[in-house]
Design a protein around this ligand. Sequence first.
Ligand code: NAD
Ligand code: 6OD
Length: 494
Amino acid sequence: MTVLRNHVGGRFVESGRTFDKTSPVDGTTVAVVHEADAVIVDAAVAAARRALNGRWGTSSVADRAALLRRIADGIEARFEDLLAAEVGDTGKPVELARRLDVARAAQNFRSFADTISAKGLDAFLTDTPDGGRALNYAVRKPLGVVAVIVPWNLPLLLLTWKVAPALACGNAVVVKPSEETPSSATVLAEIIAEAGAPDGVFNLVHGFGAGSAGELLTSHAGIDGVTFTGESRTGSAIMKAVAPRVRPVSFELGGKNAALVFDDCDLDRTIEGLSRSVFTNTGQVCLCTERVYVQRGVYDEVVSGLVEAAERLRPGRPEDPAANFGPLISQTHRRKVMSYQALAVEQGAKVVTGGGAPALDGDLAAGAWIEPTLWTGLDNAAAVMREEVFGPVAGIVPFDGEEEAIALANDTEYGLAAAVWTSDLDRGHRVAQRMDVGMAWVNAWYLRDLRSPFGGFGLSGVGREGGEHSLHFYTSPTNVCVGLTGPWSAEEAS
Ligand code: NAD
Ligand code: 6OD
């Protein structure tokens, strides 16, 4: 049996308590995980502080960029180990994890190595609006010890998306992956150590959220900031935990994302993109579309196209080449999604495909499988049109005009992502700009440039990460203002 340990100050450490991580594919135990207690979390924070006060604290941008590139090389060298870890924990199709999760981990480190190499960090000159009487420059310092807390849906992708910029900026991190996905983070700890990171720069604690390692870490007096990806409710709990010591937070939270399909769209391209946006990773991507608004002229074609796409999805073992649809992450999450399936019907939905859980034979019968599900006949008042389900589900609603579509899409407390499908590029720009979201795509979905700002409005988050935007969160500037001696002009000199 695989045993996963915490990684503190360069050493793997056990604790007095373990929990089992089970596979969502068939319910078997994947690993036994050592849950960090208060002593281990204290030790991890102290190790991070020592690293900051040691040679890491005085490392140069060039050295850090070189470390990030060695980590990216290490990820590529151990690609298959990371892939096995990610697939074992999540049950997602191997090809999806290969293309998306593990590939992006290496890209995250390379991208932030490039960003700091191009931008530098040591000093930024500001302009001198007072006519040159002073020289102002800002020295950017690391935030310090950064707590990194991430979810289970894209575990390695989301962890490295935060660890890479944190290390690029000279911070030391204490990372807590989700209790559902502890494996890839443990392999990453080995890779980072092998790449030559000084002890204590990357620390890993395993465990749950409230009452466990997550809460111990976010309420710890020794952390200087928290970067978190997960549910909006958890973000709110973390905000309260850091409030007494007024620490900065960067939050990437939930979404209730809309797609707007106009009747001038390229239908084949739209249905292909839309179905990816609803069903990728079994709907467990924060950017997934759960509300589809379709202009009446193409409504019937879009509904039938999406139904056909849903019915082509084949559940099966991650390594089965005939399967292209994984399970949900856990039985707990499956119960939540099934309760929304029941609620949708109670509130008047017509189920046009799916609506339950598939009856699978043999080993798979014990997995967290769910049917891709589409509803019509609902309006924005229905719970499944307002609350994040985080499964392969969507409500499809017709509209007549552009203003109506914009109002429907923006009628939400979330504000993460939106996608606009149209062949009229003027309309694409016009509508996308009016979406109250962090990321609006036109004729695309989850197409990423890692330098662009990523985050959300409202319940979907606080702050933006990505490229230079990440550098702002992971550093604190000290502005130095040097008064210069005159005379400055003939008038002033006289
Ligand atoms: P979650 O909030 O339940 O858990 C996320 C992490 O927080 C886990 O590591 C968990 O152990 C920890 N945690 C839970 N309670 C805590 C507490 N009180 N204190 C400290 N840590 C705590 O989220 P999840 O179920 O793992 O992930 C799914 C959610 O994440 C969805 O809402 C999804 O939209 C969101 N998400 C958002 C983004 C984004 O970029 N906006 C990306 C991925 C996932
Ligand atoms: O692609 C990314 O950088 C990112 N943060 C994706 C988030 C996906 C949510 O599940």
